[in-house]
Design a protein around this ligand. Structure first.
Ligand code: ZN
Ligand code: ZN
Length: 483
């Protein structure tokens, strides 16, 4: 702030209005930054008009007289120590001020009152509607969504409801917008947020735990004990966008700043939507022990998480990395992402082949398929003292060889989502082009064609793997592939 530290800054033109109340009135509804000593401040603010927005340093706001004055005149106060970018900030002084109190927006990126959004009605029914744009609170930002990837879990939620949990129950007919693998541009900052700037491109992780339960304190926020308790009298502050709170099949979403990761300029929107998927793979591997350099890793199931688990394991130095799948086109992508060897489980005995390749069995096995066959394969291909990550959510109970597991001291880990900031680590790899996650992205549709995009993902039309819907893409009846 330098030489202006003891001036009242009026916009436009610092200093022009100092000491001249009439001039101050001319500048309505612009904002002021006041950082004068207390007596001078009190003299000067007495001529500020009602409903103007004022930014004051914390040191001044503490004085009760000043606080009461602002309150009585309905002057909104944003308490900040110092924010250089507030020079660009424009704060509304209209009737919606209560909703947006303390939220910073920018004239360069105006935020509308309403947005288009897809909402879940009955099972398998998505309707396009309008909703109020959500308002970011403390430690939150408003993200304008630019692209969203479709996940198998979205298809689950739309059909069965689980694992989404809205207001303590199934997500149907609750004006809920699914979609959780999105990226976009920061459009507004909640009170006190200076970790991001308006205009930043960000990608997001899904879970923002309550921050106060035992698991959240351990960094295991995907296993938050207050999952879904974010409504009515039970507001624990938990968010899992697209699961317990509104997600990305809309124009805007609110995110906790800890779930946001800056996207490098060189990364496309589509690839940026895949960071959270790579983060899920990263979380599985790091929960297994993390240090996989020089150890053998087998991944079963070449879906998006499995393919990116191959890529992450390779980037972490695992050797050999073995992929087990039933479709050659997927296995071929696995080889491009770093698999040293792929096994076609339709034509080969996967367990025997892994033992042959590794000697005593694999050190780590990641099961991304999650059925009775693959769980038992995983158990029998793991070496003594080895570790298994269960990364899929099967709907049916499975019978497995418990005796073999115990006798061989094999560890079994159930892994949910992308905890312990694994998504940030995945971004570190992707920003450095350690692997080409874009290989799993096969199709892009405009947001208005979401039902068609979901069909491509569900029925694997045209060998679809990751289907992305983009706000920036114009309607195109056939959809199209791209990277
Ligand atoms: Zn997902
Ligand atoms: Zn928690």
């Amino acid at each position: 702030m330098g030489g202006l530290a003891h001036n009242i800054m009026c916009f436009p033109g610092a200093g022009a209005g100092v000491g001249n109340p009439m001039l101050w009135h001319c500048f309505r509804p612009y904002w002021l930054t006041i950082s004068l000593p207390l007596p001078a401040i009190h003299t000067r603010i007495s001529c500020i008009d009602r409903s103007i927005f004022v930014i004051v340093p914390e040191s001044i706001w503490k004085f009760p007289k000043i606080g009461a004055f602002f309150h009585n005149k309905n002057i909104m106060v944003n308490q900040r120590k110092w924010l250089p970018r507030m020079k660009e900030a424009q704060i509304s002084t209209s009737a919606d001020t209560d909703r947006w109190r303390g939220v910073a927006t920018s004239a360069a990126m105006p935020v509308p009152d309403e947005m288009r959004a897809w909402v879940l009605g009955d099972p398998e029914q998505l309707d396009r509607t309008t909703k109020p744009v959500p308002v970011p609170g403390r430690a939150e930002a408003l993200v304008r969504i630019d692209a969203v990837a479709i996940c198998a879990t979205d298809l689950e939620i739309i059909k069965y409801g689980t694992p989404a949990l809205i207001e303590g129950g199934p997500p149907f007919n609750k004006n809920f917008s699914p979609g959780h693998e999105y990226m976009g541009t920061v459009a507004a900052l909640g009170p006190g947020v200076d970790e991001f700037e308006i205009g930043d491109r960000v990608t997001v992780e899904i879970h923002s735990g309550c921050g106060q339960c035992k698991r959240c304190r351990m960094g295991m926020y995907t296993s938050c004990h207050n999952y879904g308790l974010n409504f009515g009298d039970q507001n624990k502050g938990h968010r899992a966008n697209g699961f317990t709170t509104d997600g990305g099949f809309a124009e805007y979403a609110v995110n906790n700043i800890n779930t946001m990761i800056k996207v490098p300029d060189t990364m496309s929107d589509e690839v940026a939507t895949l960071v959270v998927t790579a983060g899920t793979s990263m979380y599985g591997l790091t929960e297994l022990g993390g240090l996989v350099a020089g150890e053998s890793v087998v991944v079963i199931g070449p879906g998006p998480i499995g393919l990116l688990a191959v890529a992450v394991a390779k980037a972490l130095g695992a050797t050999p990395v073995i992929l087990v799948g039933t479709r050659e086109n997927r296995n071929a992508i696995g080889r491009q992402l770093g698999a040293d060897i792929t096994i076609d489980a339709r034509n080969e005995d996967a367990v025997a082949r892994v033992k042959e390749l590794t000697g005593k069995g694999a050190d780590y096995v990641v099961d991304c398929a999650g059925n009775e066959t693959t769980v038992n394969q995983a158990i029998h291909m793991t070496n003594r003292g080895g570790r298994i990550c269960l990364a899929a959510f099967p709907k049916e109970p499975a019978t497995f060889d418990l005796g073999y597991l115990a006798v061989n001291n094999i560890y079994l880990y159930g892994i949910r989502g992308e905890g312990r900031s694994a998504t940030h680590r995945a971004m570190a790899f992707m920003a450095e082009n350690r692997f080409d996650a874009g290989l799993v992205h096969t199709h892009t549709f405009p947001m208005e064609d979401l039902p068609e995009a979901l069909r491509y993902a569900r029925d694997r039309v045209d060998d679809a793997i990751k289907v992305v819907v983009s706000m920036r893409k114009n309607a195109n009846p056939a959809g199209s592939s791209g990277t």
